[in-house]
Write a protein that binds this ligand. Structure first.
Ligand code: SF4
Ligand code: SF4
Ligand SMILES: [Zn+2]
Ligand SMILES: [Zn+2]
Length: 573
């Protein structure tokens, strides 16, 4: 489906006229990639262009190739030649690719993922080093020159459109409150360059999210970026408290539906850095989000203040490259001759964490070649894990990628922690005895801040009772007391009083019990609280009573299902 677009409001709409300003909307100009057999180059054309079928360089008729394309750098070209058993065969040909469809001088050659899976890694590595010195960039450079001149108009259009978007987006913000999210990938490279140029300002804040699981080449590129852009304010957001492998040991490796690492190592640290820098100020963050990347992303608007994964207090996010295709990104990078992450030369089509369960078979194959130690260590870890959770065929489970489809905490010891175990008190109404997996501490009592104010002096000293009072009326609503219960290592008795809906309150209390028993410091809670009341460090989850507005978001299923992300990651059937 083609969305319609209001250029005035920068919003997408299905209607022919903008709901907000009434101006006629435009289609977002679908483009297609054509091929000129004479110039051996792709030509990006708007689908409705009158001159769609002619090459801007030689005037010959072009033919339709597909919806998108990316260049194949000589390093990747050599690799696929080796896989096909013909090293250097295409040295003097132009090579482009989309997914697994390679175009060699415009002729289609499909390379299925089986080819990657079946390849003999040590042999491939040996051949690469054998033929490397004969490999060259000569033909590649020539073909890119042709590509750039054939698509000059497209590049001009993309730039002027993006510049206008950037300039109109920043209007309401002081320049210090404009931030670029920099991941070291191609999209954020282009975004950073566009924003810096559009605003003619080299000192814009860049936040580099270092997940600790970056490709070595990404780290090298980030380092070069800092050196080459000395005026840029470059901040690194990183979770220094946690070790990815240790967490994997504890709660199991991430899987496609269970990417706890995203909170812990990416959005959490970035949110924290932004909150520390800007407190309650409004900020505008430029992200390199593109509509075509995934179905989930295509639901975003180009400018957005409510995107699920990037919800940060008072943050609006905008993407100048929202409608760009891969080929547009490369046209910009190569046309403007800007530095980029060398991982793309090797054939990675996206760079993120090297162990991400969303990585393709191709990317895994590349990692086996270019980062053999990490790949092997990861595979061994996964096999050990598979054994631990009782998979009958651990190696098959890992090598066929089944580990990526894992859901919940079956077989994982920590899964016990998310089960809320309780018994109803036999002597007192509205009282429950909950199992705790560690003794009651101040941190435990602190978990009750979202419900009201802790009044230690109101509790009965003899039984070590603590009382929570309603924030407005000061009437006691919760009583907390240590308890002995058979079968529970530690237990607490919690009674609710003077409230209309005891069950609702007990459910929310249950969520806090789960947090206390199961929190792995994934940082989700810290990011979730709009008021900065929750801080999480290596060994403490703390709610600040002064800052807490008792909005109850952190104890509401809608915002945090089960009261703690670990419920999703460790739940067992
Ligand atoms: S989310 Fe709301 S209730 Fe929870 S700590 Fe923050 S302000 Fe308090
Ligand atoms: S309580 Fe759960 S969701 Fe919140 S930070 Fe801890 S692990 Fe994450
Ligand atoms: Zn409008
Ligand atoms: Zn031509």
């Amino acid at each position: 489906m083609i969305g319609l677009w209001c250029k005035i409001c920068n919003t997408e709409t299905p209607k022919a006229e903008c709901d907000i300003c009434g101006v006629k909307t435009e289609t977002e100009m679908p483009v297609e990639v054509c091929w000129c057999d004479n110039c051996k180059t792709p030509v990006i054309k708007e689908a409705n262009a009158i001159d769609k079928n002619s090459c801007p360089l030689c005037g010959e008729t072009t033919r339709h190739l597909g919806a998108d394309l990316r260049p194949v750098f000589p390093e990747e070209r050599l690799l696929i030649e080796i896989i096909l058993g013909k090293p250097l065969e295409y040295l003097n040909k132009t090579v482009w690719v989309v997914n697994n469809r390679y175009f060699i001088d415009g002729q289609l050659k499909v390379l299925t993922s089986t080819k990657f899976e079946k390849a003999n890694i040590p042999e491939v590595v040996e051949q690469i080093s054998l033929y490397k010195t004969q490999n060259s960039y000569d033909m590649f450079n020539e073909s890119i020159k042709t590509f750039i001149s054939a698509n000059k108009r497209r590049l001009e259009y993309l730039e002027s459109e993006a510049f206008a978007f950037i300039n109109s987006s920043v209007k309401k913000y002081p320049i210090e409150n404009v931030v670029i999210s920099f991941s070291g990938g191609k999209d954020s490279t282009v975004t950073a360059d566009l924003v810096t140029r559009a605003l003619s300002n080299p000192s814009i804040v860049h936040i580099f999210g270092d997940t600790t699981l970056e490709f070595p080449l990404t780290m090298e590129y980030a380092k070069r970026f800092r050196v080459d852009n000395p005026l840029t304010i470059f901040k690194t957001a990183k979770n220094k408290d946690q070790d990815f492998f240790k967490v994997c040991e504890d709660i199991g490796p991430p899987a496609r539906m269970m990417r706890w690492c995203c909170y812990m190592f990416k959005t959490g640290p970035i949110t924290r850095t932004l909150n520390n820098m800007y407190k309650n100020e409004n900020i505008l963050t430029f992200y390199g989000i593109r509509k075509c990347e995934s179905a989930a992303r295509s639901k975003y608007k180009r400018i957005e203040d409510d995107a699920e994964s990037i919800k940060i207090q008072k943050q609006t996010v905008a993407s100048p490259i929202f409608f760009w295709k891969d080929i547009d990104i490369w046209l910009y990078i190569l046309g403007e001759n800007i530095d980029f992450n060398d991982a793309y030369r090797l054939g990675y089509d996206r760079v993120g964490c090297w162990c991400c369960p969303n990585n393709s078979i191709r990317a895994q194959f590349l990692s086996k070649i270019y980062m053999p130690e990490q790949s092997e260590k990861w595979r061994e870890f996964l096999i050990d894990f598979a054994k631990k959770i009782g998979k009958p065929d651990p190696e098959v489970y890992v090598d066929t990628g089944k580990w990526k489809a894992r859901q919940g905490g079956n077989g994982v010891e920590s899964a016990q922690d998310v089960k809320i175990k309780f018994t109803n008190c036999t002597t007192e109404n509205n009282a429950k005895i909950y199992r705790l997996n560690k003794p009651i501490t101040d941190e435990f009592i602190n978990m009750f801040i979202p419900f009201g104010e802790v009044k230690n002096e109101l509790g009965r000293k003899l039984i070590d009772e603590k009382i929570i009072v309603d924030i407005k009326t000061k009437i006691p609503i919760i009583s907390i007391q240590p308890f002995e219960q058979d079968g529970y290592e530690n237990a607490v008795k919690i009674a609710t009083m003077n409230v209309k809906k005891h069950d609702d309150l007990q459910r929310m209390i249950g969520y806090q019990i789960r947090k206390y028993n199961a929190c792995r410091k994934c940082l989700k809670c810290e990011s979730l609280c709009k008021f900065g009341a929750i801080t999480i460090n290596a060994d403490l989850y703390k709610i600040d009573s002064q800052k807490c507005k008792r909005c109850k978001m952190c104890v509401t299923a809608k915002y945090l299902e089960g009261g703690c992300m670990m419920d999703k990651f460790l739940k067992t059937k």
